[in-house]
Design a protein around this ligand. Structure first.
Ligand SMILES: C[C@H](O)[C@H](O)[C@H]1CNC2=NC(N)=NC(=O)C2=N1
Length: 98
């Protein structure tokens, strides 16, 4: 099931398939800092991500400062990482043009 907590081995395998994401300091989240050309591009990315997140009913923890968007993903309900986090990470990578 998509909302089942993944074990460390599964997390490591999925993380290996993502170039720019790293395990966060808490060990239960993945993190990527996106940098754009300007605020408009950063906000366009956030808009696309927000609509996708709403469709998935799976939402990022994030913050935006000018042209950077700092994203942390985890599944609150599961207390860790699930397949949904990796699905959303891939979508966000695509929205960022990578
Ligand atoms: C009721 C609703 O399905 C839940 O609260 C959803 C909403 N979005 C969510 N987003 C994230 N990242 N983790 C969750 O556990 C989660 N749960």
């Amino acid at each position: 099931m998509a909302r089942e907590k993944l074990d460390g081995q599964a997390v490591a395998a999925l993380l290996a398939g993502l170039e720019n994401w790293a395990l966060a300091a808490d060990g239960r989240s993945i993190r990527r800092k996106f940098e754009f050309k300007n605020f408009s591009e950063a906000f366009a990315f956030m808009t696309r991500s927000a609509l996708a997140a709403e469709k998935m009913d799976h939402h990022p923890d994030w913050s935006n400062v000018y042209k950077t968007v700092d994203v942390t993903l985890n599944t609150h309900d599961a207390g860790g990482l699930t397949a949904l986090d990796f699905e959303l990470a891939k979508k966000m990578d695509r929205f960022a043009g990578g």
